[in-house]
Every structure is written in C-alpha cells, then in structure tokens.
Design a protein around this ligand. Structure first.
Ligand SMILES: Cc1cc2nc3c(=O)[nH]c(=O)nc-3n(C[C@H](O)[C@H](O)[C@H](O)COP(=O)(O)OP(=O)(O)OC[C@H]3O[C@@H](n4cnc5c(N)ncnc54)[C@H](O)[C@@H]3O)c2cc1C
Length: 662
C-alpha cells in the first residue's frame, strides 16, 4: 500500500474544502471533484453567518447552551453526541477561520462581532457583512490552493460524479465521473471517498438553493446501497423573493439586526407601507411569539406567515388585482442606513437588484421558500464516555457503504427536524474536519489497497456508466419519445412545492406519491433534443431528473409515514409531536424505481468490524421536552435544570453560566 493515503472528495463547498484541508494536513493526497468551479459552489451564497458560543458579549452563553438550543430547535430528532461535539468545536473553528483571514465584522474594541439568529436568545453568530459564505469559501479555497501548489491536491472542476465503484464485497474503491466538457467517462481509484455534494432544493423546482443543487449524487449513492435518513425534513425559510431562475434569500440576519415582519391589520389596506401607522400594523411574529419575536426558528416563522397569508387571507393587499398576495413585509426602515450598510449591504443589494426597490427606505416584500434539507445520507458516529465523539473513529461520518463518507448538507447528522440559522456553515466545516481523521483510521484497517485490485472492478463500473449515458442519448430517438425533461421537472417541482412543504396531509401526499409514480413512468419517454458529443447539458439534465425523482419519493413517502408534527414536518391532522411512536430516525432503503423501503435496523461493515445500526435516537444528554417559543427563556431555563441534574458529561467551559431571567 502506498505510504500516503489517496482520498477522493466530491464537492468543493465548505464541507468538501474543509475535508480536503484536513486530509492534506494529515499527509494525504486528494482528488477533488466538482461540477462547478470550486469557488462557485453553493456555499458562496450563504449570507448571514456561522454560529459559535464564544460569549464575547458577556451574556453567559456557552457551548452547552448552543448544543441545547440546537437539539431543542431540531425538536429532539438529532442524535445528541455529534451535535454536542460540533458545538464544543465551534469557538475553535471561528478562531481558525479568523486566522485564515476571514474578514469577520468586529466591534469598535476590535473583538469579533456576533449577531442574533433564530432559535436562540444569544448573540452567537459570527459574520462577515452579509456575504459570510463567500468569505469562508474563499478562505478555505486559498488553503486548498496552497496544497494544490505542493502537489497534494488535484482539482477536477467541471467533472460530475456519476456513481461509486464498489468491489465484490461492496466496499467503495473509487468513483466513476464524467468530464462535462468532453462527456468523457472515467473511473478514479482511491482509498476512501467523501461525498460533500450539498443540498437538493431543485427537487422542489425553484428554491433558494443554486440550480445545481439537484441531489443527483446522493441519489446515485442511495441507489447503490446508502441509506437515506429523515428525508421528509425539508426546511422552508420564511423570507425570500421571487426570481425567474431561482428564489433569492433575504437572510435571517435581516431579522437578527432588527428587521420586523408585519402585515396591515386591515387585510384590504392598500396604502403604501410607509403611510400605514404603527398602530395599524400587525407584527405577527412578535404578537404570536413574544419571547423570541421575529427570531423564532424558521419552521415556526414560515408556518405563521403561511397561516396569515393562506388561511387568513391577510397577505399584502394589491390594489391593482384586488387580491391579498402570499407576501408579508420585512421592515428595516426604522434602522439607521449606515448601520444597515455595514451589517447587511450584501443581502439588501440583492433585494434592490432583483426587485428594483430600495430596502433602506421601503419595507421588503417577502414570502417563504424551500431552503435546506435536514435529511440526507445516513452516516454514523462513535460516542465516547463523555457523550461526545471518539476523535478519529472510522465510524464518524461513515455511510453504510464501507469506504464512503458523507459531510455537509448531504449528510443528515446535525440538525434533527429543523436546522437553526447559521448552524449549517458550522456543521459543514465541522463534519469536513471530522471526516479526515476518520478516513485515515479506515484506511489503516484496509486489507487490500484499491490500487492493487484487478482492473476489471473499474472497467465494469465504467462500462455500466457509459452504457447508461448511451441509453440517455439514444432512447426514444426513433420515434415514440414525447416527453421533455425540463417540463417534467417543472411538474415535479410544482407538486412537491405545493403539496409537500409547510403543511402536509395524508390524502394530498398520496396524490404526490401518485404523481411521482406517473413522472417515473413518463421520464422513460424523454427524448433528448441535443445529442452532441460535447458539453451536452440536456443529456446531463435527464440523469439528474431521473435521480431527483427517487429522492422525491423518499421525501414524500417519509412524510406520508410520519403521522405527527415535529420541526419542519407539520401535519395539521396530527398537530403534536408523538415521541412514543416517532422518536426515531427515518431510514429509507432503495428497493428499485418506484419503491422505497423504510427499515428499523441494518448492519454495515466499518474498518473490518460489523456495526449494527437501529433507528433509535441517542438522547443521552438532554431529555426531550415540549418545544415552544412563546416565552423568552422557557427553553433555556428547563435546559439548565436538566443539565445541572442529569448531564452525564460533566463540566464544559461556561456550561454553568446562568441563563435564568433572560
Ligand atoms: C441563500 C442561502 C443562504 C444561506 N446562508 C447561510 C448562512 O448564513 N449560514 C448557514 O449556516 N447556512 C446558510 N445556508 C446554508 C448553507 O449555505 C449550505 O447548507 C452549505 O453551504 C452547504 O455546503 P456544502 O459544502 O454541504 O455544499 P455546497 O456548498 O452546496 O457544495 C456542493 C459541492 O458539490 C459539488 N457537486 C454537487 N453534485 C456533484 C456531482 N454530482 N459531482 C461532482 N460535484 C458535485 C458542487 O459543485 C459543489 O462544489 C444558506 C443557504 C442558502 C441557500
């Protein structure tokens, strides 16, 4: 076996780049694959910030409080040890990023500045204006370039991962990928593989995600044997604006810096917002949730806006159409313009550019949009005696395919039933950093290097993908093909968005599942109109569409099966969380096109050992309690009592800090 491990990382967003840096630091070599140039990965869009309980404002915040807010915000669906380990690591991650040169905002004293985000009462979010994702991505990219110059990293930009190369025992030995310029298909061997391919927003048609976020890679891996966990948990962000290509986010940081959501009290009030006096406005989130106000978690804010607009018909009135739209005001006009320019210019610029209205002087018109997937590829962790993670365990971030790891939005590990704002950038970087040492341990236990395997293992995989690509190019070319892939995608998106997001109903979900079945059938009749041998985006899109349909089914059937309300998954017919029946991970197994099996346990092999996995949650650190945000501190006060009495993990820096009376 070669002295230095060779690892493939698929995805050049924050999770992928963090993993590359960690592996290169440990002496490994990396092949890095990305559909788009690494610096264009979707992470670049992140606006508001990244969480870490550094408590620089002296509020008594602590990593334990961050952990508790995250578990509580996720409605007790996350396994607790990885979340705790992430929150403990967060302050160090911010310091690391700061040293790498991320231009975080600072206070007049020169300290890192922190703002508030949803689901917490603390100023816990570090930020670089409103372009935090871009600053982080560029900082990590610079580090990766350093390793690239040293010959430790080779980038394959504009290459698409198609599938994993599995040996006769089902161990992942490399990948099959396509050069999107020449359409050449090749295999690449490696000792282990990390998938960090981000989110799946395109399944819902338009979302706040970049248009490349189709989830095609994770779907391919699901079809090859990875389990998909908690697929039904899809986050809808309360504040976005429309666009012809995609929806654009107006970050939660706008509310973190004082933005207020309101509608006119009189639903037929068509006056310009500036003419509507304070007393004639309904600040709905402040009224419904006085404790957290505009900074309730996203699932709660989205549902409140949805209820106001759809059920009560009180969205902003348009005098031209005579109708109430599905829109509310997000108002920052009471804030000083210089302050806003310093803290939020990046996001307000987006509003001005795409809506054509000055948000410094006029309230923005916003509405909820699909934003994030809490579910994703199932991955493992190994817990230590203190309830955190065993550093370097080969099980950390391992998927159910030996040798294949997952990190970033593609994994399901850190956010339970609802992600708190600014926790994703953290989970991406943290998971990327954890996965490096995990793979080093995995590789040490490998009996045979991937580079010593017979070439037939790779040739077979390559042939399968070439044949499949030929099928896409040639199917229905001799008549018969009547379907257009882009129109089918539109139908999928409309159905998923309308019937499988904020409110879910079993009868309606049966319709969604039926529609997905219909689309699975019709997609076989797609004929590509472009058969050219270079840069064939049409053929590429057919592959993505076929793969999207499979994950759409996992989402819809998962939602159908979960008869409760928890975090982002809300069924009015079952309005309460049902711990007795559903305090468990949804584990989906591919059972052929048109069929998904939900299972309760399985075994997988990791570094030569059999691991038995069940859907039971690890709730060893904080006991589930009712989740409500009506009163300030209700969550925190209970959390403190529980940790004082029952935490088996001992002291954490600041964990005894008082939070009462907040
Ligand atoms: C508008 C917006 C704002 C946000 N703001 C915040 C915020 O302020 N704070 C926060 O915590 N979170 C935020 N989020 C969420 C956060 O940005 C994402 O969850 C996170 O950036 C995902 O990072 P990632 O590394 O997992 O994936 P990505 O950054 O999406 O990267 C995925 C990578 O995989 C590659 N890839 C995909 N498929 C393939 C394939 N088949 N073959 C090869 N390569 C492939 C892509 O090219 C890309 O390099 C925001 C999300 C949105 C939509």
């Amino acid at each position: 076996m070669a002295a230095a491990p060779k690892i493939i990382v698929i995805g050049g967003g924050l999770a992928g780049l963090a993993a590359v840096i960690k592996i290169a630091e440990m002496g490994g070599n990396v092949d890095l694959f990305s559909i788009v140039p690494v610096k264009r990965s979707h992470s670049v869009c992140a606006q508001g910030g990244i969480n870490a309980a550094k408590n620089l404002k002296g509020e008594g915040d602590s990593t334990w409080q961050h952990f508790d807010d995250t578990i509580y915000g996720g409605d007790f669906l996350a396994n607790q040890p990885p979340v705790k380990a992430m929150c403990d690591a967060a302050p160090g991650i911010i310091d690391l990023l700061d040293r790498m040169g991320v231009p975080f905002n600072r206070t007049p004293e020169g300290l890192l500045d922190f703002r508030r985000f949803g689901g917490t009462l603390y100023n816990r979010t570090a930020f670089a204006g409103a372009t935090t994702g871009q600053q982080l991505l560029y900082a990590l990219d610079e580090q990766v370039r350093r390793y690239e110059a040293e010959g430790k990293v080779k980038k394959y930009e504009h290459w698409e991962f198609l599938s994993a190369v599995l040996d006769g025992r089902g161990v992942c030995r490399g990948i099959c990928a396509m050069d999107l310029r020449t359409m050449e298909i090749r295999t690449f061997p490696a000792d282990a593989i990390i998938v960090a391919t981000g989110g799946i927003g395109a399944i819902f048609g338009k979302s706040t995600n970049s248009v490349v976020c189709t989830g095609s890679a994770q779907s391919a891996l699901y079809q090859q044997g990875c389990y998909y966990a908690n697929g039904e948990f899809i986050q809808v962000h309360p504040t976005a604006i429309p666009g012809a290509d995609k929806l654009r986010l107006i970050s939660e940081s706008a509310r973190g810096e004082g933005g207020r959501v309101w509608v006119p009290r009189d639903p037929k009030d068509g006056r310009p917002p500036a003419d509507i006096p304070e007393g004639e406005r309904d600040y709905l989130l402040e009224r419904m949730y006085p404790g957290y106000g505009n900074l309730v978690p996203r699932d709660i804010a989205s549902r409140a806006i949805f209820r106001t607009c759809y059920h009560e018909g009180r969205g902003i009135f348009d005098p031209d159409t005579g109708k109430n739209g599905n829109q509310v005001y997000l108002d920052l006009t009471h804030k000083d313009e210089a302050f806003l320019r310093k803290k939020l210019a990046g996001v307000l610029e987006i509003y001005e550019k795409f809506v054509g209205v000055n948000p410094y002087k006029n309230p923005m018109k916003v509405f909820p949009a699909v934003h994030y997937s809490m579910g994703g590829l199932w991955c493992d962790f190994e817990k230590n005696a203190g309830g955190s993670l065993v550093v370097g365990s080969p099980r950390n971030q391992a998927t159910s395919i030996p040798g294949l790891y997952a990190a970033g939005e593609v994994d399901y590990q850190y956010h339970g039933a609802n992600r708190l704002g600014a926790n994703s950038l953290l989970s991406c970087i943290y998971a990327g950093m954890v996965v490096g040492p995990a793979m080093a341990s995995f590789r040490q236990a490998l009996a045979q290097s991937s580079f010593d395997l017979p070439s037939s293992v790779f040739e077979r995989a390559e042939k399968r993908e070439r044949d499949d690509y030929q099928r896409i190019l040639t199917q229905n070319q001799n008549g018969g093909g009547t379907e257009n892939a882009y129109l089918l995608h539109q139908e999928l998106g409309e159905t998923m968005l309308r019937d499988c997001t904020i409110e879910r109903d079993n009868k309606v979900l049966d319709g969604v599942i039926g529609k997905i079945g219909e689309l699975e059938d019709r997609v076989r009749r797609v004929r590509v109109t472009d058969t050219s041998p270079r840069m064939n985006q049409g053929a590429q899109f057919v592959r993505h569409l076929e793969n999207m349909l499979l994950i759409a089914r996992v989402i819809a059937e998962g939602a159908r099966a979960r008869d409760e309300s928890r975090g982002a998954h809300y069924k009015p017919a079952y309005p309460k969380r049902d711990d007795a029946q559903f305090s468990r991970t949804t584990l989906a197994r591919h059972a052929g096109v048109g069929s998904v099996k939900f299972i309760r346990d399985f075994d997988y092999q990791c570094a030569g050992k059999n691991v038995h996995v069940t859907d039971e949650l690890d709730l060893s650190l904080v006991k589930p309690r009712e989740r409500k945000y009506e009163q300030a501190g209700a969550a925190s006060a209970v959390a403190k009592r529980e940790t004082d009495k029952e935490s088996p993990v001992g002291d954490f820096p600041g964990s005894r800090a008082s939070v009462s009376g907040r």
